[in-house]
Design a protein around this ligand. Sequence first.
Ligand SMILES: C[S@@+](CC[C@H](N)C(=O)[O-])C[C@H]1O[C@@H](n2cnc3c(N)ncnc32)[C@H](O)[C@@H]1O
Length: 201
Amino acid sequence: MTGDHYFTAEPTTPARPREVEFSVAGRDYTLTSAAGVFSADRLDPGTAVLLRKAELPTAGTTGPLLDVGCGFGPITCVLATSAPSATVWAVDVNERARELTAANAARVGVADRVRVAAPDDVPADLSLAQIWSNPPIHIGKAELHELLLRWLPRLAPDGVAWLVVARHLGGDSLHRWLIEQGWQVERHASQKGYRVLRVTR
Ligand SMILES: C[S@@+](CC[C@H](N)C(=O)[O-])C[C@H]1O[C@@H](n2cnc3c(N)ncnc32)[C@H](O)[C@@H]1O
């Protein structure tokens, strides 16, 4: 065992690659995952609720889209597949997660429209049509707030952010906090203890 967390920048745990299979909107995905990234053995149930309940982008969505905390890339791969005209930025602090997301984008056939980046490498002037995130709650409340305050202001005026947070991990208090920060927040769906929040200006 090592002291790695899933949000460790450079996991030292042996990768031990494995496959994760799931279906979203009638399409089957088989992605490569590995030790040292979030929910390495299955599609996280919160991510599954997000991808089932939120309004996926469509052929008419031009983007750019952003997946904050992409992990091994399930949200990024679904977004890029659902919106074939859009560029998807996939951001994570974990280098192994970024490598897996890039490999999975290639595996799904969307690598030409997926930009995998460390947070500081996203162009500052990017105006985002949509932000998607199963955010890293375990980094702590102050850090989570900082993360959201970093990315949400990059939404285009008519942009929308979709977030999923477990109720027992503070989904409802995050909802209230976002409203206090001046965002419009709708609890779009609630399933299996997860809140799907739709955030707009
Ligand atoms: C809850 S996981 C979700 C992973 C993936 N989107 C999924 O659904 O399986 C959150 C991710 O955020 C990443 N993360 C942690 N701190 C971050 C930060 N400051 N900026 C970007 N990503 C971060 C973690 O490494 C982790 O991969």
